[in-house]
Ligand binder design. Structure first.
Ligand SMILES: Nc1nc2c(ncn2[C@@H]2O[C@H](COP(=O)(O)OP(=O)(O)OP(=O)(O)O)[C@@H](O)[C@H]2O)c(=O)[nH]1
Ligand SMILES: [Mg+2]
Length: 146
Protein backbone atom coordinates (compact mmCIF):
# COMPACT_ATOMS: atom_id res chain seq x y z
CA UNK A 1 0.00 0.00 0.00
CA UNK A 2 2.55 2.56 -1.11
CA UNK A 3 5.95 3.45 0.22
CA UNK A 4 6.81 4.25 3.81
CA UNK A 5 8.72 7.49 4.38
CA UNK A 6 10.59 8.55 7.51
CA UNK A 7 10.77 12.33 8.07
CA UNK A 8 13.91 13.72 9.71
CA UNK A 9 14.70 17.35 10.50
CA UNK A 10 15.17 19.86 13.29
CA UNK A 11 12.50 20.87 15.80
CA UNK A 12 9.88 23.08 14.21
CA UNK A 13 10.86 22.46 10.58
CA UNK A 14 7.34 21.24 9.85
CA UNK A 15 7.45 17.42 9.81
CA UNK A 16 4.26 16.84 11.79
CA UNK A 17 2.35 19.54 9.91
CA UNK A 18 3.49 18.01 6.62
CA UNK A 19 2.35 14.59 7.86
CA UNK A 20 -1.09 16.05 8.63
CA UNK A 21 -1.26 17.81 5.25
CA UNK A 22 -0.29 14.64 3.36
CA UNK A 23 -2.94 12.71 5.32
CA UNK A 24 -5.56 15.40 4.57
CA UNK A 25 -6.17 15.83 8.28
CA UNK A 26 -6.78 19.14 9.97
CA UNK A 27 -3.54 20.94 10.86
CA UNK A 28 -3.14 21.10 14.61
CA UNK A 29 0.11 21.75 16.40
CA UNK A 30 1.59 19.20 18.71
CA UNK A 31 5.20 18.71 19.68
CA UNK A 32 6.46 15.30 18.61
CA UNK A 33 7.81 13.54 21.70
CA UNK A 34 8.66 10.15 20.23
CA UNK A 35 8.77 8.41 16.89
CA UNK A 36 5.18 8.23 15.65
CA UNK A 37 3.86 6.32 12.69
CA UNK A 38 0.81 7.70 10.89
CA UNK A 39 -0.20 5.30 8.12
CA UNK A 40 2.84 5.27 5.80
CA UNK A 41 4.67 8.20 7.40
CA UNK A 42 7.17 7.83 10.24
CA UNK A 43 7.35 11.20 12.00
CA UNK A 44 10.41 11.70 14.20
CA UNK A 45 11.08 14.31 16.90
CA UNK A 46 13.47 17.11 15.94
CA UNK A 47 15.68 16.20 18.89
CA UNK A 48 16.75 13.08 17.00
CA UNK A 49 18.78 15.15 14.56
CA UNK A 50 19.81 17.71 17.16
CA UNK A 51 21.50 15.16 19.41
CA UNK A 52 24.00 12.67 18.07
CA UNK A 53 22.96 10.13 20.71
CA UNK A 54 19.73 9.65 18.78
CA UNK A 55 21.29 9.01 15.36
CA UNK A 56 21.35 5.32 16.10
CA UNK A 57 17.61 5.30 16.80
CA UNK A 58 16.99 6.99 13.44
CA UNK A 59 19.18 4.48 11.64
CA UNK A 60 17.51 1.52 13.35
CA UNK A 61 14.02 2.89 12.62
CA UNK A 62 14.94 3.47 8.99
CA UNK A 63 14.87 -0.31 8.52
CA UNK A 64 11.07 0.02 8.54
CA UNK A 65 10.85 2.60 5.77
CA UNK A 66 11.35 2.63 2.00
CA UNK A 67 12.74 6.12 1.83
CA UNK A 68 13.82 8.96 4.07
CA UNK A 69 12.85 12.62 3.79
CA UNK A 70 15.33 15.16 5.12
CA UNK A 71 13.22 18.20 6.00
CA UNK A 72 14.55 21.78 5.96
CA UNK A 73 12.39 24.89 6.37
CA UNK A 74 13.24 27.69 3.93
CA UNK A 75 13.08 30.04 6.93
CA UNK A 76 16.02 28.33 8.66
CA UNK A 77 19.33 30.04 8.06
CA UNK A 78 21.34 27.05 9.19
CA UNK A 79 21.26 23.31 8.81
CA UNK A 80 21.77 20.64 11.43
CA UNK A 81 22.35 17.83 8.95
CA UNK A 82 25.87 16.46 8.98
CA UNK A 83 27.52 16.51 5.55
CA UNK A 84 26.48 13.36 3.64
CA UNK A 85 24.29 12.23 6.53
CA UNK A 86 22.30 10.29 3.92
CA UNK A 87 25.15 7.81 3.62
CA UNK A 88 24.42 6.61 7.17
CA UNK A 89 21.18 5.10 5.86
CA UNK A 90 20.75 2.17 3.54
CA UNK A 91 17.68 3.79 1.96
CA UNK A 92 17.19 6.49 -0.68
CA UNK A 93 16.98 10.00 0.75
CA UNK A 94 14.92 12.85 -0.67
CA UNK A 95 15.05 16.47 0.46
CA UNK A 96 11.91 18.41 1.39
CA UNK A 97 11.99 22.20 1.67
CA UNK A 98 9.06 23.28 3.86
CA UNK A 99 7.20 26.55 4.60
CA UNK A 100 7.68 27.90 1.08
CA UNK A 101 4.73 30.25 1.78
CA UNK A 102 7.14 32.08 4.10
CA UNK A 103 9.84 32.41 1.46
CA UNK A 104 10.51 36.02 0.49
CA UNK A 105 13.44 35.53 -1.83
CA UNK A 106 14.57 32.85 -4.24
CA UNK A 107 17.87 32.70 -2.31
CA UNK A 108 16.06 31.25 0.70
CA UNK A 109 14.85 28.30 -1.37
CA UNK A 110 18.28 27.81 -2.88
CA UNK A 111 19.91 27.94 0.56
CA UNK A 112 17.58 25.24 1.89
CA UNK A 113 18.14 23.14 -1.23
CA UNK A 114 21.88 23.47 -0.87
CA UNK A 115 21.73 22.29 2.77
CA UNK A 116 19.74 19.25 1.69
CA UNK A 117 22.10 18.39 -1.16
CA UNK A 118 25.09 18.68 1.16
CA UNK A 119 23.31 16.24 3.46
CA UNK A 120 23.12 13.85 0.53
CA UNK A 121 19.50 14.20 -0.59
CA UNK A 122 18.99 13.31 -4.23
CA UNK A 123 15.65 14.67 -5.38
CA UNK A 124 14.35 17.90 -3.81
CA UNK A 125 10.70 18.79 -3.21
CA UNK A 126 9.21 22.15 -2.19
CA UNK A 127 6.11 22.23 -0.02
CA UNK A 128 3.81 24.48 1.94
CA UNK A 129 1.58 22.52 4.27
CA UNK A 130 -0.35 25.72 5.00
CA UNK A 131 -1.10 26.42 1.35
CA UNK A 132 -1.21 22.76 0.30
CA UNK A 133 1.51 23.32 -2.26
CA UNK A 134 3.78 20.60 -3.58
CA UNK A 135 1.96 17.84 -1.73
CA UNK A 136 0.83 15.97 -4.83
CA UNK A 137 4.37 15.22 -6.00
CA UNK A 138 5.22 13.65 -2.67
CA UNK A 139 1.96 11.71 -2.65
CA UNK A 140 2.78 10.37 -6.12
CA UNK A 141 6.24 9.35 -4.98
CA UNK A 142 4.76 7.52 -1.99
CA UNK A 143 2.14 5.88 -4.16
CA UNK A 144 4.96 4.60 -6.32
CA UNK A 145 3.81 6.26 -9.54
CA UNK A 146 7.10 8.04 -10.15
N1 LIG B 1 4.20 29.23 7.45
C1 LIG B 1 4.20 27.91 7.62
N2 LIG B 1 4.37 27.40 8.86
C2 LIG B 1 4.38 26.08 9.00
C3 LIG B 1 4.24 25.19 7.90
N3 LIG B 1 4.32 23.93 8.36
C4 LIG B 1 4.51 24.02 9.70
N4 LIG B 1 4.53 25.30 10.10
C5 LIG B 1 4.63 25.78 11.49
O1 LIG B 1 5.89 25.44 12.04
C6 LIG B 1 5.75 25.08 13.42
C7 LIG B 1 6.37 23.73 13.67
O2 LIG B 1 5.69 22.76 12.90
P1 LIG B 1 5.73 21.21 13.25
O3 LIG B 1 5.08 20.50 12.10
O4 LIG B 1 5.18 20.94 14.59
O5 LIG B 1 7.30 20.92 13.27
P2 LIG B 1 8.03 19.53 13.57
O6 LIG B 1 9.11 19.41 12.58
O7 LIG B 1 7.06 18.43 13.65
O8 LIG B 1 8.67 19.81 15.02
P3 LIG B 1 9.05 18.74 16.18
O9 LIG B 1 7.89 17.86 16.40
O10 LIG B 1 9.36 19.61 17.36
O11 LIG B 1 10.28 18.01 15.71
C8 LIG B 1 4.27 25.14 13.73
O12 LIG B 1 3.98 26.37 14.36
C9 LIG B 1 3.62 25.05 12.37
O13 LIG B 1 2.37 25.67 12.34
C10 LIG B 1 4.03 25.76 6.59
O14 LIG B 1 3.86 25.09 5.56
N5 LIG B 1 4.03 27.11 6.53
MG1 LIG C 1 6.67 17.08 15.06
Amino acid sequence: MGKIIMLVGRTGCGKTTLTQALMNTKLSYHKTQMIETVENIIDTPGEYIENRNYYRALIVTSAECDLIGFVQACTDQASLFPVQFASAFAKPVIGIVTKVDRCNQQEELERAEQFLREAGAQQIFHVSSYEKKGLEKIKELLAGNT
